[in-house]
Write a new protein. Structure first.
Length: 221
């Protein structure tokens, strides 16, 4: 996978459904730091967690539609093919093994995910295998909730783009991407209420949602 030594990035999520709040910050991030390719990776949601409303196949199909005209993105199904929970730490360990010790690798998250990051399974090992690239998201602070986690963040922070390209892993970069006030939750709620979502996600994805009757379930039925 990939050209020798050019920074590679993965972007994981539930994508139920994929929307512009996922796509636009990452396209801008790619321009800011010189990313040639982003591997977008829908996760398999473990049985004990609240299930996505769309099936894995539907989430994958919507992602494929969303990126069809965007060569920046490629789709990776490794977590969907698994029967076990999607641990980012495990996926990045496997990806590192495939790519070798010198290849610069990164994992992209939104600001909300950075705040929760210290609760992720084996979160410290994630930075051993990759950098973290953080996109801004409205409504979430830029500082961590407790001092210990802020110290962890400060210890890894860089504002030097060169570091991301020259080091294989270990840095956290807070990208100055614009705010997009969009969530999958907002889209599911608007669809249930019959409100339009034209500016929130790519039109082929919206057409798919309507064609398959997704997110129409009424909770008070
Ligand atoms: P939900 O509303 O169902 O919780 P979501 O819209 O937050 O979903 P996810 O699939 O959970 O989407 O998110 C995948 C990744 O995308 C996460 O790292 C999250 O922080 C990031 N992300 C989602 N929406 C935005 C946004 N509007 N701006 C920046 N990052 C975002």
């Amino acid at each position: 996978m990939g050209d020798m030594h050019s920074l590679q990035a993965m972007y994981g999520g539930t994508f139920d459904p994929v929307h512009y709040g996922h796509l636009k910050p990452v396209e801008i991030l790619a321009n800011l730091i010189g990313l040639q390719r982003v591997i977008i990776m829908p996760n398999n949601v473990p049985p004990h967690r609240p299930q996505p409303e769309a099936t894995s196949e539907q989430r994958k199909a919507m992602l494929a539609l969303a990126i069809a005209d965007k060569p920046l993105f490629t789709l990776d199904e490794r977590e969907l093919r698994r029967d076990t929970p999607s641990w980012t730490s495990q996926t990045l360990r496997e990806w590192r093994a495939e790519q070798g010790p010198m290849q610069p690798l990164a994992f992209i998250i939104g600001q909300d995910s950075l705040l929760n990051f210290p609760s992720w399974y084996q979160y410290e090992t994630i930075l051993e295998n990759s950098h973290l690239l953080v996109c801004r998201r409205p409504g979430y602070p830029l500082t961590m909730r407790d001092a210990q986690h802020q110290q962890w963040l400060d210890a890894h922070l860089t504002d030097n783009i060169e570091d991301l390209h020259s080091l294989p892993a270990g840095k956290i970069y807070l990208a100055e991407t614009p705010w997009f006030d969009i969530s999958a939750t907002l889209i599911r709620e608007r669809l249930q209420q019959g409100l339009d979502c034209d500016d929130l996600l790519p039109s082929p994805v919206l057409a798919y949602i309507h064609a398959h009757g997704l997110y129409q379930k009424s909770t008070d039925a």
